[in-house]
Write a new protein. Sequence first.
Length: 212
Amino acid sequence: MNSGSASSNRFPLQGVQDPVSPLLTKLLPRPYPAQAVVVGGVVKRLARARSAAVVAECGTGKTLISLASLFVASAGKPFTALAVVPSHLTLKWLREGLTTIPRLRAFVIDGLRNASSTSANGIHEVKLRAGRIVREGFKTTLTDLRLRKKYSSPRARWDALSSQPALFVISKETAKLSLLLLAARLQHRTIRSLPRQCGKSRFGPADLQRRR
């Protein structure tokens, strides 16, 4: 995996001979050797920049690579991540997150409107039951989650509510209707998972430049 600089061909972020993180052995399923190399590159990239891009063909495991990178970048400690994905991949991300990262709590953001809206809204914890994603457990709204209440900050309140890794998943169609996506990009590190070729569309260097 290259660094993206002019000399990237000579100085890859992670080579096939470089050691991979032992934390990968805690994941189920474990990444394949080629995926582990990419994970190492993503983690090193995030240590020096605010974003990293995983560009690969469909079916190469970009979701697993992204999840594994989150786990390794956090040194196996609890983290909070937001995944903005195409609507048809929302359940896939939730399912793969729950089956990959130990003790993960997964949440789907159904909508960002207020409680009086007739449309699906709110934040729901999900569990994996008999291979299916079901809404079960913690339920709140984005408005309530942003309140600190008796705590020093909303972050401190969330840490008191959950001491486990947490993954929030929202469809990009829902996210684009609010400032949530913009705030996430401005304030935190970002992993972009992008298809190089899928069907008739093809992703190239020019597209990467536009997404930076």
